[in-house]
Design a protein around this ligand. Structure first.
Ligand SMILES: Cc1cc2nc3c(=O)[nH]c(=O)nc-3n(C[C@H](O)[C@H](O)[C@H](O)COP(=O)(O)O)c2cc1C
Length: 207
């Protein structure tokens, strides 16, 4: 479950190292292990936030976050989760400013004290991008096991240059996504959001 409000309780570097090391047990085709991770925590998160504030607010994304023509049922799914999220916060459909403000919390990692950025060598293809997903999902599950919460953030694809200049990633690496990491604010209404899933028969067939 994605967490979109964190407490400011610190996460020790050792805990993050442990999760990273265990997450690297994720499978990858040919065992290429194509993930390249930049972890930001504690004091360096403070510097990252300052850096981001000094950079252009938006870069042209290096990949399409969604297909330009999002057909059904994907379009409806995307719309539904947005509506459900704003409903948990009592933000009405016509309250464009309220929606924009909530979206902008992406830029503050939803208050998280730690974050990671997942890059991949530009020479890697679609199969290796799926390996990134396996690594990230494994990381997210291990984080829960250690009492933490996370939110994957493709949002950072629209600030890839600002992220790159902070983490020092080489040009041959491309940013896939970020992830906010920390302790879940259990009192936050947004963290009660339970997103829908399509009925199994819509996407799985026994043949
Ligand atoms: C690769 C990836 C990128 C995502 N990027 C964002 C993001 O930028 N901002 C955000 O609020 N949620 C982001 N999400 C979270 C999804 O919106 C969320 O997983 C989906 O709505 C299902 O909800 P759940 O994770 O709570 O079950 C991302 C998820 C994935 C897997």
């Amino acid at each position: 479950m994605s967490v979109r409000q964190f407490t400011n309780k610190a996460v020790p570097d050792d805990v993050l190292r442990g999760i990273l090391a265990d997450a690297a047990r994720a499978p990858s085709g040919g065992n290429l292990q194509p993930w390249r991770i930049y972890m930001v925590n504690g004091e360096s998160m403070v510097r990252l936030r300052e850096h981001l504030a000094s950079q252009p607010p938006m870069d042209k994304p290096e990949y399409d976050i969604y297909p330009p023509e999002l057909g059904e049922p994907y379009r409806t799914n995307r719309f539904a989760v947005g509506e459900a999220m704003y409903a948990t916060l009592g933000i009405a459909r016509e309250d464009k400013d309220g929606r924009r403000r909530q979206f902008a919390h992406n830029n503050d990692f939803f208050g998280a004290p730690a974050a990671l950025f997942c890059f991949v060598d530009r020479g890697m293809g679609l199969p290796q991008w799926s390996d990134l997903g396996m690594f990230l999902q494994t990381f997210m599950l291990l984080a829960v096991e250690r009492g933490l919460g996370t939110c994957a953030q493709e949002y950072w694809a629209v600030r890839h240059a600002a992220v790159r200049s902070f983490v020092g990633a080489p040009d041959n690496e491309m940013l896939f996504c970020g992830m906010a990491i920390g302790h879940v604010d259990e009192s936050a209404p947004i963290n009660t959001l339970e997103s829908d899933r399509m009925p199994l028969d819509m996407w799985a067939k026994f043949v």
